[in-house]
Design a protein around this ligand. Structure first.
Ligand code: S3P
Length: 189
């Protein structure tokens, strides 16, 4: 028997609200699958040469969304891997359509307390720089969850579950998509 090698044939795109665990889970999922990981927020920051709050402040949110769409489009052309997107990315119909066309979207669905627990006291998220950030999160849940629900795979992410548990859940769900194929090493046959 040859050693089983896993081959991913579509990029897995993690979507969901700030704090749902896209980056932490994404890194672990990529390691499990032996593929590359990319965080679109990091790519935007690199391309713009400034952090996200500064992009929002100096260039405005529309410019950020524009850059986000371009970065995602470029990254989707690359080799299949795992991609964590910013919470607003899946809201843009064109971005959503492109992800649907070439990738497999995975929504990490989380309740308000889980999201709040993970984002509270952390800086770098301009949409939460308000008097009542927990309220903003609740409003974003109401506005965005109907769109996130269009994702190919929906996985619950709860603060009591470890990121590895969430990765296990995604791996199980992926089996139904036939996106990960076990192949045999030629030399071992
Ligand atoms: C945003 C989420 C952030 C980042 C930006 C806007 C949003 O990413 O893209 O601050 O609109 O929800 P994370 O979801 O990774 O925090």
């Amino acid at each position: 028997m040859g050693a089983a090698l896993r081959k991913l044939d579509k990029t897995l795109v993690l979507v969901g609200l700030m704090g749902c665990g896209k980056s932490s889970v994404g890194k672990r999922l990529a390691a499990r699958l032996g593929v590359g990981f990319v965080d679109t927020d990091d790519e935007i920051v690199q391309a713009a040469g400034m952090p996200i709050p500064e992009i929002f402040q100096r260039l405005g949110e529309p410019a950020f969304r524009d850059g986000e769409a371009k970065v995602i489009s470029r990254l989707l052309e690359g080799a299949p891997g795992v991609m964590a997107t910013g919470g607003g990315a899946f809201m843009a119909p064109m971005v959503r359509a492109e992800i649907e066309r070439v990738g497999i979207s995975v929504w990490l669905r989380a309740d308000l307390d889980t999201l709040w627990e993970r984002v509270r006291g952390k800086s770098g998220r301009p949409l939460l720089e308000t008097e009542n950030p927990k309220n903003v999160l609740a409003e974003l849940m109401a506005a965005r969850y109907p769109q996130y629900a269009a994702a190919d795979i929906v996985i619950d992410s709860h603060m009591d579950n470890s990121h590895e548990t969430v990765v296990d859940d995604i791996m199980r769900a992926l089996a139904g998509f036939n996106a990960v194929k076990d192949t045999e090493k030629d030399t071992d046959k």
